[in-house]
Design a protein around this ligand. Structure first.
Ligand code: ZN
Length: 382
């Protein structure tokens, strides 16, 4: 034993490279000495990797650090000026795309809303939007991330089922890579939202949390060890289809009484429409002023609270992030969830689980899609 095969050493090198990029991203500006201390890697190893990252234009050097008398140490930071990432949010019929730098800063955006009815037309729409976005950059695009609602086999980049579009079995990664000559990664929308928080949002610097999305639909994602947990059959974290009511309404998945069917905004809207003539936007506006609508949201919040408590007991995450319109249009829902957990979680420590709302805006979907590429850059170990 103890042999180092070429494959092992390549793996180790990829691992060290990801680790160093991650540390620079989290702690920049940072010196080589600090990197060596944080990683226990030798100085020559650090230097080799840093040189490689500099050559690839990913890392810059500058003189900045304070020094005790001697010369100022050279600090390292991410270079973001001429590397771009494109993210496309394909969760609604109107596709939304963004250009970001590798820090995830939004630089430009565009939309595409021509109708698509077949897999080919859907792929054409993404290609058109990508070309439009790439035309807005002044340097290299290093990859395209696409987030799609529904069931996605992320490794193969195949959309198994996108119910909102009535499309299934779309070989998105293969087709887009062939046409765009670009690295393409495809993921489920809620999972990309969680990645976005890991890289640019409320989970920077922590590598373990559970993300609950609640809007028209409900979904979840579990990040552990800085990676999205996929599960054997790609459904880990699907809190929206946790069955929560024995004889509840029928869900989009065909089962009865799923959390989404009971507490998603589609379910709330169905109930609200028995009382008032409302659109989804109209209902969201009415939460603050109409006690009937407010009650419906609060009841939905109770169910989401129960499901969240179940996830705490199942996974015991250090942080819960609540993202999506339900939490932002009805802030009292968040208070209900926090109180439920604070009063009824199994142990005193679990009762203090850090539960926070992700401030919601319409860019989150596409920024999360861009994070799929950042994830490859900083996180992938293979
Ligand atoms: Zn369901």
């Amino acid at each position: 034993m103890g042999k180092t095969t070429p494959r092992n050493s390549k793996w180790m090198r990829t691992y060290n490279r990801s680790l160093i990029l991650r540390l620079i991203r989290l702690h920049q500006p940072v010196s080589r000495v600090e990197l060596a201390k944080a990683t226990n890697l030798t100085k020559p190893t650090i230097s080799n990797i840093v040189n490689e990252l500099k050559e690839e234009g990913l890392v810059n050097e500058r003189e900045l650090g304070v020094s005790s008398g001697g010369r100022r140490p050279i600090m390292l930071e991410l270079a973001a000026s001429d590397r771009f990432v494109i993210g496309i949010d394909a969760t609604q019929r109107k596709l939304h795309g963004v250009v970001t730098n590798i820090h995830g800063e939004l630089l430009d955006e565009a939309w595409h809303d021509e109708r698509f009815d077949t897999n080919e037309e859907f792929i054409d729409a993404i290609v058109t939007l990508y070309i439009q976005l790439a035309g807005k950059t002044s340097g290299d695009v290093i990859g395209l991330g696409v987030s799609v609602h529904g069931m996605v086999e992320a490794g193969a980049g195949v959309v198994l089922f996108a119910p909102r579009f009535h499309l299934h079995d779309i070989p998105l990664k293969r087709e887009l890579e062939a046409r765009l000559k670009q690295h393409v990664f495809v993921e489920n929308d809620v999972r990309t939202l969680a990645l976005g928080e890991l890289y640019f949002g409320e989970a920077i610097g922590i590598d373990e949390f559970f993300y609950v999305y609640a809007g028209y639909g409900i979904g979840g994602a579990y990040v552990h060890g800085g990676e999205l947990i996929d599960g054997e059959h790609h459904i880990a974290g699907e809190i929206g289809h946790m069955r929560i009511m024995l004889e509840g309404p029928i869900c989009s998945c065909g089962n009865r009484g799923c959390l989404e069917a009971v507490a998603g905004e589609r379910a709330i809207l169905n109930e609200a429409r028995e009382l008032y003539d409302l659109t989804l936007d109209g209902m969201r506006d009415a939460v603050g002023t109409n006690p009937d609508v407010q009650k419906l949201y609060e009841r939905a919040g109770e169910y989401v609270g129960i499901a969240t408590l179940n996830m705490i007991h199942l996974l015991n995450p250090s942080r819960i992030l609540l993202g999506g319109p339900l939490f932002n249009y009805a802030p009292q829902v968040v208070t209900n969830i926090q109180e439920r957990v604070a009063q009824t979680a199994l142990t005193m420590d679990a009762r203090q689980t850090d539960i926070r709302v992700v401030p919601w805006n319409a860019n989150h979907g596409a920024l999360g899609a861009a994070a799929l590429i950042t994830n490859q850059l900083f996180g992938e170990i293979q």
